[in-house]
Design a protein around this ligand. Structure first.
Ligand code: ATP
Ligand code: MG
Length: 273
């Protein structure tokens, strides 16, 4: 199955052999990283951590602790003020500007503030990563519609983001982030605007993506989700990261997930992607 994915990606030019991991052990590695905005104080300090391929972490911490800032560093929107960051085994500081977009395209991001394109429909927002990857219209239509149905937006395909509720926009942002099966998914408070039932349904989507090989980091304030799902936690306390630890009380009770239609990641989709 993986062979099929890689084969497809090579064919589409998504997987550039020159960019392959040199250090296959880590998807992300931070060493002694610090970050400040302008001349302000360091908002992230002495950050060390590794993310192994296929891992799933929650990122927690009080408002202002630095979760979104840490994510910005991981999706290459900012450079650290000190220390080093590697993504897919590549030291970012030593990577040429020209090579960064190819690295960045392997990362799916759900932004805290969604960042949807307001002049495009729901369908077109979600189709965008596949179009950029060169997918053909008739191929992508089925997958986009299937995923939007799974997140409960089948009746809003033509709607533009400003006409959607916050929770609906959030689901469009999630669908856009996962549609192209990124190697790394970073979701910043992705369930902040939906009810509990939908929150678990979306988490189920992230877990399924993870089961298929995507490394996942979810920033959240929802302690109940963290405790019930039991993934290891990266905890930020005013800019300092506490090393991952498995949640002791994790997943005692089964997680209620909505039955709904089957997940969109059937073998056919995998072959396609
Ligand atoms: N663009 C910016 N310019 C200056 N300071 C910033 C900027 N963005 C964030 N900060 C500061 O960095 C610190 C961390 O902010 P960040 O947004 O990363 O926190 P957070 O953990 O994501 O918070 P929340 O849970 O509210 O989303 C805060 O002190 C914030 O004021
Ligand atoms: Mg934030």
């Amino acid at each position: 199955m993986r062979g099929a994915i890689r084969g497809f990606c090579r064919q589409r030019g998504l997987f550039n052999p020159v960019m392959s991991e040199k250090n296959g052990d880590f998807v992300v590695r931070f060493e002694n990283v610090g970050l400040r905005y302008g001349l302000g104080p360091e908002v992230l300090q002495d950050i060390y951590f590794d993310l192994r391929p296929g891992s799933f972490h929650f990122l927690t911490g009080a408002s202002g602790a630095g979760k979104s800032s840490l994510m910005k560093l991981m999706y290459l929107a900012m450079r650290p003020t000190r220390g080093s960051i590697s993504l897919f085994g590549r030291d970012i500081a030593a990577t040429s500007r020209r090579d960064l977009p190819a690295l960045r395209r392997r990362v799916g991001v759900v932004f805290q503030e969604f960042r949807l394109l307001n002049h495009l429909s729901t369908f077109d927002n979600v189709a965008l990563p596949l179009r950029i990857a060169g997918a053909r219209e008739q191929e992508l239509r089925k997958h986009v519609e299937e995923l939007l149905t799974w997140v409960g937006l089948e009746n809003h395909l033509k709607a533009r983001p400003p006409t959607l509720s916050g929770g609906q926009q959030q689901r469009v942002a999630i669908a856009r982030a996962v549609i192209a099966r990124p190697r790394l998914l970073l979701a910043d408070e992705p369930t902040g605007n939906v009810d509990d039932r939908m929150a678990y349904r979306l988490m189920h989507l992230f877990e399924e993506l993870n089961r298929l090989g995507t490394t996942v980091v979810i920033a959240t304030h929802n302690q109940q989700l963290v405790e019930r799902l039991g993934h290891p936690v990266l905890h930020l306390d005013t800019g300092r990261l506490h090393t991952p630890s498995r949640n002791a009380d994790a997943a005692e009770e089964p997680v209620a997930t909505d039955d709904g239609p089957p997940l969109p990641y059937d073998p056919e989709v995998l072959n396609y992607l």
